[in-house]
Design a protein around this ligand. Structure first.
Ligand code: ZN
Length: 353
């Protein structure tokens, strides 16, 4: 009897909170699901999770977030290349394990609105290679569309049948020819921005900043930011360090000025090598954010860890304005990271952990 009731409850909560929607049959705007313009909430019918929902969904917004780092995407697998087939399989694996994509900037600002009960995951791509993103002319009507075999094409295609997965991704670009195409830089960057993807800073010349002077750090970061702004009116807000080379001084990493324009980075991403702390955690360090390499070995290792220890993983409450954590963990919050947000605590009964 208990099992039956539990099952019914599960069904009811599931359908209310994150049942997949039929993309062909959506009203213009579903009031209950509409994003609150003030808070960015998309938690569902009510903006407070019931005890049953908390017990079922187990939100844990002090858990860790996987930020995946891909380099080239191509036909074969290599040290710095993920094969297209494996990339497609990765998307399915992330989805099946309960992940939804969130924009890196949402992670950095703590505005996380992954569907309630799902775990946020961030996709990042370094070096702007053609396999990550290429536009082709459609044979049907001559319009420019993403190559379906590029990562952008694969992401957009996967989202069609898995709408709650999303398609957020950040591309850390450098010059002179992002995505291997110097002729269509402006169009390519504009497409990404218009389609809700992010452009990140990978320095103008893909420079190892480890031994760079503070002036050179500012020049490399600032000239990339200025160039992207000039091309498409977009401000990169994150930096991935080429080769993981960390400069001797942090001057110029978080902000700086180059040729009359200022830039700001909300986060600086490293090359390795573990899941990132919750952005609300006292362990969050914006100038040293770890990533997980998008290789079979590293994905197996870290995704497998979360499967064995699911309590370590960030699980969203679906509401950007609230931070839902387990009772007793309040001391792990960084007060400066939760300003303006409402902290919700709850306990799990011993039988429902
Ligand atoms: Zn690089």
């Amino acid at each position: 009897m208990v099992i039956a009731v539990g099952f019914l409850l599960r069904r009811a909560v599931y359908s209310r909170v994150f049942a997949p929607k039929d993309p062909d049959n959506l009203p213009e705007e579903t009031p209950a699901e509409a994003e609150d313009p003030d808070t960015g909430d998309r938690g569902g019918p009510s903006d407070v999770l019931t005890e049953e929902q908390l017990a079922l969904l187990k939100p844990n917004e002090l858990g860790k977030v996987p930020i995946i780092m891909y380099h080239a995407i191509g036909d074969t697998e290599g040290e710095w290349q993920r094969s297209r087939a494996n990339f497609r399989a990765d998307l399915q694996r992330f989805y099946d394990l309960g992940y939804s994509l969130i924009p890196l900037n949402d992670y950095l600002t703590g505005q996380i609105s992954a569907p309630a009960g799902r775990a946020p995951l961030v996709l990042t791509f370094d070096d702007a290679t053609a396999g990550q993103f290429t536009m082709i002319e459609s044979e049907a009507d001559g319009k420019w569309i993403p190559d379906p075999d590029s990562a952008v094409g694969m992401l957009l295609e996967f989202e069609k049948s898995h709408p709650e997965f999303g398609h957020a991704a950040t591309f850390f670009i450098d010059f002179p020819a992002p995505f291997g195409d110097a002729k269509r830089v402006k169009e390519n960057l504009a497409f990404l921005v218009e389609n809700g993807m992010e452009i990140g800073n990978h320095t103008y010349n893909h420079r190892n900043l480890q031994s760079a002077s503070p002036d050179l750090v500012v020049q490399e970061i600032g000239s990339l930011a200025n160039k992207v702004w000039e091309l498409c009116g977009y401000e990169p807000l994150s930096l991935a360090l080429p080769y993981g080379g960390y400069p001797k001084s942090e001057d110029g990493l978080a902000s700086g000025e180059w040729e009359g324009r200022t830039y700001a980075n909300l986060g600086v991403l490293l090359v390795g090598a573990e899941p990132a702390p919750s952005p609300f955690s006292s362990k969050f360090s914006p100038l040293a954010i770890p990533r997980i390499r998008g290789s079979q070995e590293e994905l197996d290792k870290w995704l497998g860890n979360f499967e064995r220890y699911p309590e370590g993983r960030f699980v969203s409450d679906g509401q950007a304005s609230k931070v839902t954590i387990r009772e007793g963990e309040e001391g792990n919050l960084d007060p400066t990271r939760i300003e303006g947000l409402e902290v919700v605590t709850y306990t799990l009964s011993p039988t429902n952990r």
